[in-house]
Design a protein around this ligand. Structure first.
Ligand SMILES: NC(=O)c1ccc[n+]([C@@H]2O[C@H](COP(=O)([O-])OP(=O)(O)OC[C@H]3O[C@@H](n4cnc5c(N)ncnc54)[C@H](OP(=O)(O)O)[C@@H]3O)[C@@H](O)[C@H]2O)c1
Length: 315
């Protein structure tokens, strides 16, 4: 079997690499459903918003700034509510949560899609490595703040990545190195944040046990988007060359998160990891219950420390 046919094979449900978000939501009627998407102004978030709106969902689109969130409204077919949410800024996340809670909106799905990848040099905010802060802590705060705003069968979809396996540290979450200062490596730091996404999703799923909510994680595939902005031009050119043969299009890349967030096939399924719209085995660390519980506790401590520090700074 050629590499291309392996990449393009279908999974047990008949869906696979080549299906688009429009394919996997075909004939779904999402009228009356409300979906919140982070990172809505670009790449997979934008395509997810476009397609779910096309199927009738009300979309609440979050981006770093209100302008960015508003920029996509001409592409959406249905009611659209743009909001600012800078995930690396806890106050921005809290403000967003407060507005949504006050609005009494009921969310059928929260899609934690926003992310940054492979910052070439270590960047920290509040003493925390920026990819971990943005990709994990920001979403951890957002989702926890919105649990009471979930509809009865509310779904959380966390956009993780196969990078959680490929680029991860041998011993999983670096509990002594959230600052990223020890031997910073751009890809490992990304893989670390994506492992945190998966562990968060799994722990959330366990905490949802006595509810009708579900929480799942996805790997969207490899897609040429703005996520590559921190790569040097030579690598970006190389990606452009292989793009058409080996990579997914943005339309294909958004498929798994759309499928997992709204498709009836997923009803009652929780704590799973999907790729190409089918179940996929995550890494051993991603299944480690002790690690996920510990990460949850430490994430709460990081959030509370940042909030105290911020209050102190703001006087
Ligand atoms: N593309 C791939 O091959 C691939 C593979 C595996 C996983 N993923 C995951 O898929 C998700 C979507 O990525 P993409 O490929 O669509 O990349 P993208 O086009 O760069 O989109 C990322 C989105 O996240 C937003 N974002 C970044 N930092 C943020 C912050 N601090 N606060 C709020 N929003 C922020 C970006 O906003 P700005 O435009 O303002 O920066 C943008 O809207 C990410 O979680 C990524 O890790 C992608």
């Amino acid at each position: 079997m050629s590499l291309i046919s392996i990449l393009k094979k279908k999974g047990p449900n008949g869906l696979g690499f080549s299906n688009t978000a429009e394919d996997v939501t075909e004939r779904l009627d999402l009228i009356g459903k409300t979906v919140l998407i982070t990172g809505v102004n670009s790449g997979l978030g934008l395509e997810t918003a476009r397609v779910l709106s096309l199927r009738g969902a009300i979309v609440i689109g979050l981006a770093r700034t209100l302008n960015k969130a508003e920029s996509i409204s001409p592409l959406l077919k249905n009611s659209y509510f743009p909001m600012a949410c800078e995930l690396s800024e806890p106050q921005s996340v809290l403000d967003c949560v407060e507005i949504l809670k006050n609005s009494k909106v009921l969310l059928d799905a929260i899609i934690c899609n926003a992310g940054i990848m492979a910052l070439p040099r270590l960047q920290q905010k509040y003493g925390v490595e920026l990819q971990f802060l943005t990709n994990h802590i920001g979403h951890f705060m957002l989702v926890n703040g919105l649990i009471d705003s979930l509809n009865q069968y509310g779904r959380i979809t966390v956009v993780s990545s196969a990078a959680h396996k490929m680029f991860s540290y041998r011993d999983g979450i670096q509990f002594q190195n959230f600052s990223g200062g020890q031997n910073y490596d751009p890809h490992r730091a990304y893989g670390h944040s994506k492992l945190a996404n998966l562990l968060f999703c799994n722990e959330l799923s366990r905490r949802f046990k006595s509810t009708t909510f579900i929480s799942n994680a996805v790997h969207p595939g490899v897609i040429r988007t703005n996520l590559l902005r921190h790569y040097n031009p030579v690598i970006r050119y190389g990606v452009r060359i292989v793009d058409k043969i080996f990579l997914k299009t943005v339309e294909q890349g958004a498929a798994t998160q759309c499928y997992v967030s709204v498709h009836p096939d997923i009803e009652g399924m929780s704590g799973n990891y999907f790729s190409d719209c089918n179940l996929e085995q995550p890494s051993v660390h991603a299944q480690d219950k002790v690690m996920s519980k510990r990460l949850w506790d430490v994430s709460e401590k990081i959030v509370s420390k940042i909030r105290k520090e911020k209050m102190w700074q703001d006087g």
